[in-house]
Design a protein around this ligand. Structure first.
Ligand code: GUN
Ligand code: ZN
Length: 481
């Protein structure tokens, strides 16, 4: 069979709703467990919502007039449709330094590689250059929802929001707030807090809920080391008053934790610093939370605070390995974050892979008794659990009727080991994978855990072929058409 007979080589991806796609569908379910439909259909209505999803054989007959508009159908098989990935923690201006600075601890890495870099993200021009490429980069690896930090400058944050608005990604962003130590040389120490609050509030007014709720604002004090108690308190009050999210870093690295204890001697521990500021609760996303005491864990669970687990960052910066099983058993609300550039790779599949390796290491090295997660559980953490951590679990995170159509189409066949052999033959990736698909040579078969396992543990840089938010296709993923 030749490439031209194969849909993955020549189908045209739908750009905007309404449409129906036919694909292998793999999704976590809101009620628990996973659904897999080897021959599935997702109908996306004109408003960008999933009108119906399930096995093609069960599809309701639309000839009877029950559909307000017909759904033009595109057959994407053998691509796998997954919910779009949710990245709960990233730093937009840090992308250029992804992968740099290995071997440094957190605070040295921030000083040497990050603060000088963020200082360049200081105006609208810098944002216009970097932000669109950053959103394409995230979409290219399948991320359709991102909660991210900017730099301390309002102008570049405004530019980043504009870029997100026109790109189409679902984004919750915030201008970084720092008043104790900062890299901003322009700022007068006596006015820095007021100015930072005012700029955050202005940005929040303009962007929180914009694009019909696709964009949101997160009030973003960087972390306790760079913020006064007053900044933490006022920023939390601002988030509460506006209904915005509140995000910061917690308990990432032992050196950082010791410094926070020195700076906040009145606090019981790191979590208590944010608790005293009024910062805990269901609209708060704390990144890392690696070294929590039992008291801190219990307090986060009790306050329903959300955590972005960033395992790739935690190993890149040698910060530590989260006791994930213990935290999940305690009922902590956890999703995943890339933390680029603390994490070297924006791909959430990579984050899942490193997270799985790290938990295996815990088990083998220190005898952590909790069962490790399987690939479908990692996939759930990176999709539905992330959506729930943001309070968006009723709108996104799975491919179920009524949800907004945020999804990706992935070529699982590209992840097969035989790819290398074939590439060596004639160098034509597209036709080779197509013919191998057709020959059923991949062994991922129709087992959903095997498909997820391959995507996580043997990824290919081009495997994400398309990404959609509300049924609108995003720029970024590479597709032959
Ligand atoms: N803590 C404070 N700022 C940062 C940051 O930019 N990255 C990481 N990983 N941790 C931080
Ligand atoms: Zn971070």
């Amino acid at each position: 069979m030749t490439a031209s007979h194969h849909p993955s080589s020549h189908h045209v991806l739908p750009d905007r709703p309404p449409f129906a796609i036919r694909a292998r569908i793999l999704t976590p379910l809101t009620t628990g467990g996973t659904a897999f439909h080897p021959d599935g259909i997702i109908e996306v209505n004109a408003a960008g919502r999933i009108a119906w999803a399930g096995p093609a054989a069960d599809r309701p007959d639309r000839q009877d007039g029950t559909a307000a508009v017909p759904f033009p159908e595109v057959d994407l098989r053998p691509l796998v449709a997954l919910p779009g990935l949710v990245d709960l923690h990233a730093h937009l201006p840090q992308l250029p330094n992804a992968g740099l600075g290995a071997g440094l601890d957190l605070l040295s890495w921030l000083d040497r590689y990050i603060f000088p870099l963020e200082r360049q993200f200081d105006d609208a021009d810098a944002a216009a250059e970097l932000a669109p490429a950053a959103f394409r980069t995230f979409a290219a690896v399948g991320t359709t929802t991102i909660l991210a930090y900017g730099a301390v400058y309002a102008a570049s944050m405004e530019g980043a929001f504009r870029a997100a608005e026109s790109h189409g990604i679902r984004a919750i962003l915030g201008k970084v707030m720092m008043d104790r130590i900062t890299y901003d040389e322009q700022i007068d120490p006596s006015t820095i807090l007021d100015r930072s609050l005012r700029e955050s509030e202005d940005l929040c007014e303009r962007w929180h809920g914009a694009a019909d709720g696709r964009l949101g604002y997160a009030v973003t004090p960087r972390f306790a080391i760079s913020c006064s108690a007053e900044m933490l308190r006022e920023s939390a009050a601002l988030a509460t008053r506006t209904g915005a999210w509140w995000q910061t870093h917690v308990s990432e690295d032992p050196g950082e934790i010791a410094e926070v204890a020195r700076l906040f001697p009145e606090a019981l521990d790191y979590v208590d610093v944010y608790d005293r500021a009024g910062g805990l609760g269901p609209r708060t996303v704390l990144a890392h939370a690696v070294h929590l005491s039992d008291r801190e864990l219990a307090r986060l669970v009790e306050s329903d605070t959300r955590v972005a687990h960033c395992p790739a960052s935690n190993l890149f910066l040698a910060s530590g390995v989260m006791p994930l099983g213990r935290f999940m058993d305690a009922g902590l609300a956890i999703g995943l974050g890339s933390d680029v550039a603390g994490g070297p790779d924006p791909s959430m599949f990579s984050v899942m892979r490193v997270g799985a390796f790290a938990q295996n290491a815990r088990r083998t090295l220190i005898g952590d008794p909790h069962p490790v997660l399987g690939p479908l559980e990692w996939l759930r953490l990176g999709t539905l659990d992330g959506a729930r951590a943001l309070g968006l679990g009723d709108r996104i995170g799975s491919l179920e009727a009524g949800k907004e159509a945020d999804f990706i189409a992935v070529d699982a066949g590209l992840t097969a080991p035989v790819r290398h052999v074939d590439l060596a033959l004639d160098g034509d990736l597209e036709s080779d994978t197509a013919s191998l698909h057709a020959g059923g040579a991949f062994g991922d078969g129709d087992d959903p855990a095997d498909i997820a396992s391959r995507l996580i543990f043997r990824p290919h840089p081009d495997m994400v072929r398309g990404a959609w938010v509300r049924g609108r296709r995003l720029e970024g993923p590479r597709h032959p058409n």
